[in-house]
Write a protein that binds this ligand. Structure first.
Ligand SMILES: [Zn+2]
Length: 248
């Protein structure tokens, strides 16, 4: 069967649907026009460390113009983090579709957004490393959405991707519903750099789907720094902006 016919047969069997608006679209991998207005894209001004958008133009009420109050109080382990989207009810179906429904057709669009949001975090020679799943969970799920996003970002930018650089030693229970300290305890010691020679002296960009409290990425960054990465930045598809969304 010719590729065009296969694509048309696939469209008939699995009609292309926008994962945000849940309406039919022309082609797989497209968002419906209405989805754009519902998604909360993060724009400047934002914290230069964690990428949190500032509620006021020109910075926070603390007087610091470029760094948010939580980053001043407790600087994150990573150098900088960026995400194109704020996590909210509108983006949730997209996150779940990537996680559970294997919507690989949406990866290219997500990677384009992530590349734009990341800007100069993505340097020539940067190594893209996804947050890993434990092998048992990978067997159950069949794929790791963070690895798919990292590979898509690699295709978008031409940067090298190393999905095996980090290893998850324990199948940690879900972070959902845990406090910030509970999340830290849950992932403490859960990661290890499996390919030290690939990481040593490299600028690493850690890739994940959602940045919540940062406990998971922090545990990964700690190990990447121990393996002597020259710097570690983080790029995610979306990040929690409102405290009430930390429950995911
Ligand atoms: Zn910050």
């Amino acid at each position: 069967m010719r590729p065009g016919l296969i694509a048309r047969a696939a469209d008939w069997l699995w009609p292309p649907e926008c994962p945000v608006s849940r309406v039919r679209v022309d082609t797989h991998g497209r968002f419906a026009a209405g989805a754009w207005g519902r998604l909360s894209f993060i724009a400047d001004p934002q914290c230069i460390r964690c990428g949190r958008p500032f509620p006021y133009p020109g910075g926070t009420m603390s007087g610091a113009l470029d760094t948010c109050a939580p980053c001043i109080a407790r600087p994150p382990r990573y150098d900088r983090a960026r995400a194109p989207l704020a996590y909210d009810e509108a983006v949730k179906p997209l996150v779940l579709a990537l996680k559970n429904n294997d919507r690989r057709d949406m990866l290219a669009a997500c990677a384009r957004w992530m590349a734009v949001a990341a800007g100069d975090l993505l340097q020539p020679g940067s190594l893209l490393v996804p947050v890993p799943l434990h092998w048992r969970r990978l067997m159950q799920r069949r794929y790791n959405q963070s690895a798919l996003l990292a590979r898509a970002l690699g295709r978008e930018t031409g940067l090298e991707v190393e999905t095996g650089a980090l290893k998850r030693l324990r199948a940690t229970p879900s972070q959902a519903g845990r406090s910030a300290d509970g999340r830290k305890r849950n992932v403490a010691g859960a990661f290890q750099v499996d390919q030290v020679e690939r990481v040593r002296g490299r600028h690493v960009v850690l890739v994940d789907d959602v940045l919540t409290t940062g406990a998971t990425v922090s545990a990964c960054v700690h190990q990447l720094r121990r393996a002597r990465a020259s710097g570690v930045d983080v790029v995610t598809l979306c990040r929690v902006v409102r405290e009430e969304d930390v429950t995911i």
